[in-house]
Write a protein that binds this ligand. Structure first.
Ligand code: PLP
Length: 389
């Protein structure tokens, strides 16, 4: 145990990661069915790897790049934002980051002073909570409306605003619920931000993975939001590039130098070899993205069918995006999601993530991820059918 006197309050206030805890416990379980990670299982497509290999061979990756990222990469990002997000960006509005995570962390550092409040529609991605805490900010959880598929509660967001509110931070498509918030709802959030001069920090990691006619909407595409939005994107999910640690953010060009003041002490620049891989990803065929999406959709459908057969144990909202879902546990013992998940792992052989890891309204739920082979879902549900019989 670390000596508490040496540990900052910021870090001391951060709880252990439930995902890592479940991973650690899973190692001691034979033949575990693993639904805990929101991590693509496919390998990075070959043409992207080749882009990195060519850059290595040409001697391009041994030094730092510009802090904001390679110019040619930012140029491609500008095209992508126009084409896919309807965001009219300039190169000077882009900063390449170490995954979406470092971009989000740098954004929060640039916006939040100690004691400032950040509104987090909840349940929410656990890392966002940690990023607010590490900036000595105060996470303010505003419950979403589960009965409406975890829709935003616009009135509750308005009611949560105080003198100390600095930002609203969220991911859509959502981790952990898989909800894709509609353009109409996000325009309402934008209006609230403009009326109260708040920053909206978006995490659009799952932007390409939407289903059943749900469409991803980028708040940054609203021209009036230029000074009130920092939008973070990543190559991690879109191109199965988890380990390359490469993403980027878009914001007002006057904000970029401010965020850079946090980016430099955190990273100096994003890994240069990964920037060349990202360049190959944007310049190459996008067929892999469509293929990943088709795969997730078909595994989601299998997971929903299997959940339907366990209707006495779980109630769920069909996710319109991401590759995650967040069933409510109907059994009495599900009230403590951590104890429930641990028991399901140790006695039932299935690894999931306790809902409480995603904020207080996550209690009574668990997160299951469908970025796994179909066989893994069937194995997990065969085990659960036997366990809950
Ligand atoms: C919502 C969300 N944002 C960001 C990340 C991580 O992104 P990156 O690898 O680009 O840092 C994850 C990974 O699970 C995620 O679920």
């Amino acid at each position: 145990m670390a000596d508490a006197a040496k540990i900052s309050d910021r870090v001391g206030r951060i709880s252990k990661s439930a995902i890592h805890e479940m991973t650690r416990l899973s190692k001691d379980v034979d033949d575990v069915a693993f639904l805990s990670w929101a991590k693509p299982t496919a390998d990075t497509p070959e043409h992207i790897k080749q882009g990195a290999i060519a850059a290595i061979k040409e001697g391009l990756v041994g030094g730092y790049s510009e802090n904001a990222g390679l110019l040619e990469l930012r140029r491609e990002i500008v095209k992508k934002l126009k084409r896919d997000n309807h965001v009219d960006a300039k190169i000077s509005q882009i900063m390449v980051t170490v995954g979406a995570i470092e971009g989000l962390a740098a954004a929060v550092m640039a916006v939040v002073d100690p004691g400032d409040e950040v509104i987090l529609p909840s349940p929410t991605y656990s890392t966002h909570v940690r990023q607010v805490i590490i900036a000595s900010g105060k996470p303010v959880f505003v419950p979403t409306i589960e009965e409406e598929g975890f829709a935003l509660d616009i009135q509750a967001i308005k009611n949560a605003i105080t003198r100390r509110t600095k930002a609203i931070m969220f991911c859509s498509p959502n981790n952990p619920t898989g909800t894709v918030w509609s353009e109409e709802q996000l325009r309402q959030v934008a209006r609230i931000a403009l009326e109260n001069n708040l920053m909206v920090i978006t995490d659009e990691a799952y932007e390409y993975f939407t289903y059943d006619g749900h469409e991803h909407f980028s708040i940054a595409s609203i021209p009036e939001m230029r000074r009130n939005v920092i939008s973070c994107y990543t190559f991690t999910k879109t191109y199965a590039m988890t380990g390359w640690r490469i993403g980027y953010l878009y914001t007002d060009e006057e904000m970029i130098p401010q965020i850079k003041k946090a980016h430099i002490p955190l990273a100096i620049c994003a890994p240069v070899v990964s920037q060349y891989a990202a360049l190959a990803a944007l310049q190459g065929t996008q067929e892999c993205v469509a293929r990943f999406r088709e795969h997730y959709l078909s595994v989601r459908n299998v997971m929903c069918e299997r959940l339907d057969r366990l209707g006495s144990v779980f109630a769920y909202k069909k996710p319109g995006g991401s590759y995650l879902m967040f069933p409510r546990i109907l059994l009495e013992e599900g009230k403590d999601s951590t104890a429930f998940c641990k028991r399901l792992l140790i006695e039932g052989g299935v690894s999931t993530t306790p809902g409480i890891a995603f904020g207080p309204t996550g209690q009574g739920h668990l997160r299951m991820s469908f970025c796994v082979p179909e066989a893994e879902v069937n194995k997990a549900f065969d085990k659960m059918e036997a366990y809950f019989r």
